[in-house]
Each structure stands twice: as C-alpha cells, then as structure tokens.
Design a protein around this ligand. Structure first.
Ligand code: COA
Length: 373
C-alpha cells in the first residue's frame, strides 16, 4: 500500500533538472545558474532560449546561427496553413494553439525522431513558430492579414508588430523581450511537469508541448494573467479595496496572487511591476497600474500574499496593446523555450514517470449479477 500522498504533490521532488532553480524563501530564480535579475533587461529572449535549449549563453557567432535557425523555422507547414483560418473562427486562443501545435507536429520534418539533434531542431522551430501562430490566429479571427514576419526583427519586435499592426518603439520591444525572458522557465510548474510526463513515455516533442499548452490554459496556471485583467476591468477604479475584501470574504481567490513555491516576492514580479509603472506613465493613463498597486497592498494586508508573475504581466501586456485573451498565449510564446528544453533533458536521461496513488475507495465488495442489483 502506498504512503499518504501530498495533496497537489507539494514539496515532492519529481525530477532532476539543470534548467532552472528557485529559492522560494529568498525569492530567487536561476536559469542554468544565472540569476534572473542578471538576465532580465540584459539578455535577449533568443539568448535565453539558446541558454535553455543548448546549455550555454551564446557567443555572437552562436547567436547569429541560432537566430538564423529561428528565422528559417518561422515558416508554417501546409497543414497549419490549410486550417488556421477555420481554427481561428471556431476555437478560443489556447484551444487553437493546442490544435495548431498538434498540426505543426505532423508538418515537422523531424517528427519521427527523439534524437538530441532532431529535438534541438524541433525546439528551435517550435520557439520560432509559437509567436507566429498567435499572430496569425489573431489576424485570421480579426479578418485581416498579419504583416509578414521581418527576418531582421527579434521575436519580441516581430510579435508586437504582427499583433498591433504598428511599429513598436525600441523601449516597448525591450520591455516585451524582458517579459519573454522572465517567463521562459520555472522548474516543475504544472505545464512543464505535464510535458515531462508525456515525454517520459518516449512520445515526441510536439505531443509533450500539446500536453503543456492544455495545462497552461487553466486559470490556476497561465490563465491567471487574463483573469487579472478581467478583474481590473470589472471593478471601479475607486472600489479596489472593497472588491478585494468582498471576494476574499466570499472565499474567492484573487488571481495573480500566491505561489506554491515563493514564500516572498516572486522575483519576476519585481521587474514586471516596474515595467508596468513605466508603461502606465508613458500611456498617460495610469489607472490600471494604480489599481494594481492598491490591490497588491490590500491582498498583502488581508492575506499576506504576494503578487506572482501573472499579476503585473497583465497590465504590461495591456499597455503594450496586446488583446486580453492573448495574454496566456503570450505566456506560451515564452515558455515554449523552457518546455522544449525540458523535453530535450527528459529524453536525454529518461525513465518513465509513473507515480503511485493512495486508494480511498471501498474494498472487498461482493459482486452481484446485473439483474440482482
Ligand atoms: N487569493 C486568495 N487566497 C489565496 C490565494 C489567492 N490568490 N492563493 C492562495 N490563497 C489561500 C488559499 O485560499 C488557502 O487558504 P486556506 O489555507 O485558508 O484554505 C491558502 O492560501 C493556500 O492556497 P492553496 O490554493 O492551497 O495554495 P497552492 O500552493 O495549492 O496554490 C496557487 C498556489 C498559485 C494555485 C494559488 O495561490 C492560486 O490559486 N493563486 C491564484 C491563481 C494564480 O494567480 N495562478 C498563477 C500562479 S503563477
């Protein structure tokens, strides 16, 4: 008989990884040993993806090669091209991405190999394609053409251009790029765990990513950033404290607060708060930023909870002109770099992930024929 389970697998060490590490008490996050505070604002998303997927911060030559691979990888396959318009019409953003990545798997030239070199190529293609899928989905449902991806532009710049249809400022690009860096990897979060469980059956990378996208979709995980914005949009600007207290009194959770691992401020929130403040001031209407600050104070006073990555990401994306229902897809654009790196790591040293369960049902029951029940 199995031991008593820890509900939600809290504090259970489920895998070994060299990709990222969290010190929850000190509020610190590391990618392959580099402190997130050293990377944010100084290292591009492309460099970060290379760090995660290939193991090192790239040299200029390596970055040029990896960048060229990403640009080549932006081309969508025939199955995706043939179906994206109809999918955009019928599926919500995260559902659509789940479907589109599945179709991209069928289009991928390395789909039948889990070898390291094939996995690295797929990781680069998936990282390159995810922002294009989001942009093309958004364009299709809006009845317009997305601007062609510009091979000279970074993932961050290209995404903002394709989503908003206008050329973003240098500072907007820097801020969005930093957002992508901050969301790239985060140890054994639910979607990464789902990807690793799938990969550990020796299933392929695209299948693992489909599992991850379905898991990120939920409001207790990636879906929280969208819910944060919806909350800010529904409460009156001068009614923040009342609304928070009412929700807490009703036993509701306040989205964007709390974390399984961090017992203090999430280090990613530190950067996102500052970027939200800067964009709010530049926009000339800092209402949502001010509301967020007040909400942070009230939630901390009432529950002792800190904002997590999703809280200030919501207003940052809002001020950058990204539609609210694309906030979780944006999370996936970044996390693709980490998910794929975890699949590479899992396949490189694999054992089936198959935990035990505690049986809580009835036992020794007497079977009776169907007509006697
Ligand atoms: N608002 C209000 N109360 C919260 C809360 C929140 N956002 N997050 C946690 N709590 C409370 C719970 O109600 C619970 O209180 P109780 O012990 O009195 O019942 C306690 O804190 C522990 O919460 P629990 O849900 O068991 O913690 P967890 O480790 O399982 O969950 C989260 C972590 C992130 C899922 C949880 O904090 C949450 O749901 N946050 C909101 C969603 C969110 O922002 N998700 C993005 C995460 S990056």
């Amino acid at each position: 008989m199995a031991d008593k389970p820890t509900k939600g697998l809290a504090d259970v060490v489920a895998a070994s990884t060299a990709l990222s590490d969290i010190d929850g008490r000190a509020g610190r996050l590391f990618y392959r040993g580099y402190d997130i505070h050293d990377l944010a604002g100084r290292t591009s998303f492309e460099e970060t993806a290379h760090l995660l997927q290939c193991g090192t911060l790239p040299t200029r030559t390596q970055l040029a090669e990896y960048g060229a691979e990403l640009v080549r990888g932006r081309v969508l396959g025939p199955l995706v091209e043939a179906n994206i318009a109809e999918i955009a019409e019928r599926q919500a953003p995260m559902e659509a991405l789940r479907t589109l990545v599945s179709l991209a798997g069928a289009d991928d030239p390395d789909k039948d190999s889990n070898a390291l070199d094939a996995n690295r190529r797929k990781a680069a293609r998936l990282t390159a394609q995810q922002p294009i899928l989001v942009a093309r989905y958004h364009a299709a449902r809006s009845g317009r053409q997305a601007p062609e991806p510009d091979p000279e532009l970074s993932i961050a710049a290209n995404f903002l251009l394709q989503i908003t249809g206008r050329t973003p400022s240098e500072r907007e690009i820097e801020i969005f790029d930093t957002c992508l860096v901050l969301h790239a990897d985060h140890t054994m979060n639910a979607s990464t765990f789902a990807a690793r469980v799938c990969a550990a059956t020796l299933s392929d990378m695209h299948s693992a990513i489909v599992a991850a996208i379905g898991t990120l979709k939920g409001p207790l995980h990636g879906g929280a950033n969208e819910q944060v914005m919806r909350t800010l949009e529904t409460i009156p600007p001068d009614g923040v404290a009342r609304a928070v207290r009412e929700r807490l009194a009703a036993g509701q959770k306040i989205m964007g607060f709390g974390h399984r691992v961090y017992k203090t401020e999430d280090p990613r929130a530190t950067h996102l708060r500052e970027m939200s403040r800067e964009l709010a001031e530049a926009s000339g209407d800092a209402t949502y930023y001010r509301m967020s600050k007040e909400m942070e104070e009230v939630v901390h006073a009432e529950k002792g909870l800190y904002p997590n990555v999703d809280f200030y990401a919501a207003t940052v994306y809002h001020y950058l002109g990204i539609p609210t229902d694309l906030f979780t897809p944006v999370f996936s654009v970044s996390r693709m770099s980490g998910w794929t790196a975890h699949v590479i790591e899992q396949h490189a040293d694999n054992r089936l992930i198959r935990p035990d369960s505690e049986y809580v049902g009835e036992s020794d029951r007497k079977w009776v024929p169907i007509d006697e029940r």
